[in-house]
Design a protein around this ligand. Structure first.
Ligand SMILES: Cc1cc2nc3c(=O)[nH]c(=O)nc-3n(C[C@H](O)[C@H](O)[C@H](O)COP(=O)(O)O)c2cc1C
Length: 306
C-alpha cells in the first residue's frame, strides 16, 4: 500500500480523492452502483435537478460521433420533490460525497430549488448548471451572459453555506470572465467544461441525427478545448477549478490537474466503462508513488510554460 495522500480540498469540503462522476452521466447513482464501488469515488454529482419534473427533448437524443458523443437530453429529470422522496434514500446508503447539480429557467427557480435541497444533510454541496446547451430557456442564455452568471451566483450564495460550484460553459469567448464573476459573487469553485454545441447530419436523408438539431459534444474530442479553458481560468483567476471534458484514463486526469484543476469529473467514459472512476483513482495513486509525491494536490497548476 502506498501512503500517497489523494485527498483534495474544495472550499471547505474535503474529498477522499479528486475523481468525481459528472452530472447527467450516472443518473442518481443507482444504476451504476451495480458496476462500481461508489464509496471509493471522490464525489457523485447528480443529474441536473429542476424545481418541476422535466420530460426533456424527444428522441433521438444521443448520437455517437468521432471520438465523442452528442446529446440533447434537454435536462430530463424527476424534479426536486421526487428527487428527495425517491432518490435520496438510495444515495444515503452509498457512503459517498453527494453534490447536487441544479438547473433552472429563471433565477428565482434556482433559488427556490436550492432552498428546498439545502436542508438535506446528505447533500454536501451544489453545482449550478448555468451552461446546458440543450434547453431553450436557461442554459446557454445564462451561461453566455457574465452579469446573469454573477446574479445567479449572488442569489444562490445567499441561501446556502454549503460548497457552491458554478459549472461554466465552453461556448463563450473568455471563460475566465465567468470564473472571475463567480468568485466575486461568492462561489467556492468553478467546474469547466460543460458540453460544446455540435451537430451531425445523415447524408442520405439530409436530416439532423439529433431531433433537437444540435446537441452537446462530449468525450475525448473535447479534451484539448477543456484543458485550454482550465488553463485559462487557472492563469487568470484564483479559484479552485474542477476539470471536465474527455477524461478517459488517469493520464488525462493528471493532465487536467497540471493545467490547474484541483479535482476532475468524468462523464462520457462512464458509458463505456462504469468502473473507470476506480481505475483512474488507482492510476493516480501509482503515478504519485512513481513521481515520489506525498500529496496529489502538488499537481494542481504545476505546469511549466517555459
Ligand atoms: C448524456 C449526458 C447528459 C448530461 N447531462 C448533464 C446535466 O444534466 N447537467 C450538467 O450540468 N451536465 C450534463 N452533462 C455534461 C457532463 O456533466 C460533462 O460536463 C460533459 O459531458 C463533458 O465531460 P465528458 O467529456 O467527460 O463527458 C451531460 C453529458 C452527457 C454526455
Amino acid at each position: 500500500m502506498s501512503n500517497v495522500d489523494l485527498s483534495v480540498n474544495i472550499g471547505k469540503l474535503k474529498l477522499q480523492n479528486p475523481v468525481m462522476l459528472a452530472s447527467g452521466t450516472v443518473g442518481y447513482g443507482n444504476e451504476i452502483s451495480q458496476f462500481t464501488d461508489l464509496s471509493k469515488i471522490g464525489a457523485i454529482i447528480t443529474k441536473s435537478v429542476s424545481l418541476k419534473p422535466r420530460k426533456g427533448n424527444p428522441p433521438q437524443r444521443i448520437v455517437e460521433t468521432s471520438s465523442g458523443m452528442l446529446n440533447a437530453i434537454g435536462l430530463a429529470n424527476v424534479g426536486v420533490e421526487q428527487f428527495i422522496l425517491e432518490k435520496i434514500p438510495f444515495l444515503r446508503e452509498v457512503n459517498s460525497t453527494l453534490i447536487c447539480n441544479i438547473a433552472a429557467s429563471s433565477i428565482e427557480e434556482y433559488v427556490e430549488c436550492l432552498k428546498i435541497l439545502d436542508g438535506q444533510d446528505i447533500i454536501k454541496g451544489f453545482e449550478i448548471n448555468v451552461s446546458c446547451p440543450n434547453v431553450k430557456e436557461g442554459g446557454l442564455v445564462y451561461g453566455n451572459d457574465v452579469s446573469a452568471v454573477g446574479k445567479i451566483t449572488e442569489k444562490v450564495r445567499a441561501v446556502t453555506d454549503k460548497l457552491l460550484i458554478i459549472k461554466l460553459s465552453p461556448n463563450t469567448a473568455h471563460v475566465s470572465d465567468f470564473a472571475l464573476v463567480a468568485k466575486k459573487e461568492g462561489a467556492d469553485a468553478v467546474s469547466a467544461i460543460n458540453t460544446l454545441v455540435g451537430t451531425a447530419f445523415d447524408i442520405y436523408t439530409r436530416k439532423p441525427k439529433i431531433k433537437n438539431i444540435t446537441g452537446g459534444l462530449s468525450g475525448p474530442a473535447i479534451k484539448p478545448v477543456a484543458l485550454a479553458k482550465v488553463l485559462e481560468i487557472s492563469r487568470k483567476v484564483d479559484i479552485p477549478i474542477i476539470g471536465i471534458g474527455g477524461i478517459m484514463n488517469w493520464q488525462d486526469a493528471v493532465e487536467f490537474m497540471i493545467c490547474g484543476a484541483t479535482a476532475v469529473q468524468i462523464g462520457t467514459v462512464n458509458f463505456i466503462n462504469p468502473n473507470a472512476g476506480i481505475e483512474i483513482i488507482q492510476g493516480l495513486q501509482e503515478y504519485c508513488t512513481k513521481m515520489k509525491m506525498q500529496s496529489i494536490s502538488e499537481l494542481t497548476s504545476s505546469y511549466n510554460l517555459e
